[in-house]
Design a protein around this ligand. Structure first.
Ligand code: BG6
Length: 448
């Protein structure tokens, strides 16, 4: 039995339902069981919380559930006294003694971002987290802050109650197996160092395109939009995943310091080289009919990395909801004239992060070579690393501040383009890349 207790804030929310319960179940299935205390405002008991969790795990057999069920507990935070965590404190002590855990407490804030600060401060003020105790950790979902200034302020406030090594900031794309797959392919020499050389690369594209819309997350989405939801974090992380491969160290991508150093050299997105769009019918889907919202659901932009190893290689970013295809990928397009290369290079390399982890090499003569990673969800890995205290899979504060600096010039830009659902986005996004004589990579086309 494991020695950690997971205290899950937002236990009846969307993220717990969609990703975290199945990650918890996967870890239990792997023999890594640990007690969970769900925390929320809904008036549930241990029993009714277990019924709720069970409903979210239809794929788990009854036998398996019976083994897992006793690990789930619940503590309510009363609506009118959200700062009083005495009931939770008592519950933690009970659960720790029931499971003889060693007092490692992982507080996971699967909450709307505006609740990160009050929740973390309440944990500090109620002494549930002791500053300087590395066994007490707090996990923040993204986005951390709304811009650079607010991320700095949040960090400063947290530091009165906890040390940096107690703060675990999630970007679940760090838990995607693609990054480990790349490191392994490099180690085993399946990917030649020349593949990361600016002399052979024409340009890089990063895509975060989804057919899904905003579902039941209208409130969250309208306050955040595509930039804060996925560009400031997942999209830049995929770019880091590619760009850091030119580094000598296979594992540079798992160092927050190296990632921050790279981001400092990514040129901030400029409104003249960016297109922001919103899909038709957005206000209705977001539940804000009648209100005029500028929240973008689509972004396309061009940038570059001002480091000697990436000099002259354009980088194109594209992200959106309600589009015509669904994948998160980084694509390296190689130059056509590759005589100087000692080994034949493919026409392009497609590094897929979602829906599965794959690296695909497309050769000019039609041959495609594929490498895939075994499927373990990103959240299973993230949760495991939070429980064992492996900080390399979490974001550093400097990395977050640099990421905000990159997107900041667009945060106040007007969303001027509307696109129909099920399309590749606004026409202006096509023009943005076509003016350079290039086209967006698409899974819908064989050739670009
Ligand atoms: C989340 C975003 O972080 O990532 C969602 O908030 C997005 O808008 C999701 O749909 C995609 O993650 P994955 O792992 O399913 O590709």
């Amino acid at each position: 039995m494991s020695s950690e207790t997971l205290i899950l804030f937002g236990a009846t929310g969307d993220l717990a339902k969609k990703k975290l319960f199945s990650a918890i179940a996967a870890l239990h299935h792997e023999g890594k069981s640990f007690p969970i205390i769900g925390v929320g405002r809904k008036p549930l008991t241990d029993e009714s919380f277990r019924v709720h969790v069970r409903e979210q795990l239809p794929g788990i057999s009854e036998d398996e559930w019976k083994k897992m069920e006793p690990f789930f507990h619940y503590s309510i935070i009363p609506e009118n006294t959200p700062h009083d965590l005495s009931a939770l404190a008592q519950k933690i002590v009970e659960v720790e003694s029931l499971f003889s855990t060693n007092k490692t407490r992982v507080f996971y804030l699967a909450l709307p971002p505006d609740l990160f600060e009050p929740a973390a401060i309440a944990l500090g003020e109620n002494s549930l987290i002791q500053k300087g105790n590395p066994l007490h950790r707090i996990v923040f979902e993204k986005p951390f802050g709304r811009d650079e200034a607010s991320a700095r302020t949040l960090q400063e406030r947290l530091q009165s109650f906890m040390d940096e090594n107690q703060l675990f900031r999630v970007d679940h794309f760090l838990g995607k197996e693609t990054l480990s797959l790349l490191a392994e392919l490099r180690r085993e020499k399946h990917l030649s160092p020349e593949m990361w050389s600016k002399h052979h690369i024409d340009h890089v594209q990063v895509h975060f395109v989804e057919t899904i819309g905003i579902g039941s997350r209208g409130m969250f989405y309208d306050a955040n939009g595509v930039i804060r939801d996925v560009v400031q974090n997942h999209v830049l992380l995929m770019l880091e995943g590619v760009a850091l491969q030119s580094h000598l160290n296979d594992h540079a991508v798992f160092s927050a310091h190296e990632r921050a150093r790279l981001l400092e050299h990514v040129v901030p997105l400029h409104p003249n080289e960016a297109v922001l769009g919103q899909f038709e019918g957005y206000a209705k889907d977001a539940g804000i009919e009648g209100k005029h919202s500028h929240t973008p659901t689509f972004l396309a932009a061009k940038t570059e990395i001002r480091l000697p190893e990436w000099e002259g290689v354009p980088v194109y970013l594209r992200a959106g909801k309600e589009m015509n295809e669904e994948h998160s990928s980084a694509v390296i397009q190689f130059k056509k004239n590759k005589e100087s290369s000692s080994t034949p290079l493919p026409g392009r390399m497609i590094i897929r992060f979602s829906p599965d982890s794959q690296v695909q090499l497309d050769y000019a003569h039609g041959l495609t070579q594929l490498y895939s990673a075994p499927k373990r969800s990103a959240y299973t890995r993230i949760l495991e690393h939070a429980l064992t205290g492996n900080a390399s899979f979490f974001l550093g504060i400097n990395e977050i501040l640099s990421a905000w600096k990159i997107v900041e010039p667009l945060l106040k830009s007007e969303t001027s383009f509307v696109y129909a659902k099920g399309t590749p986005g606004p026409l202006s996004a096509e023009k943005l890349i076509q003016k350079d004589g290039r086209t967006w990579f698409s899974t819908k086309k064989n050739e670009n």
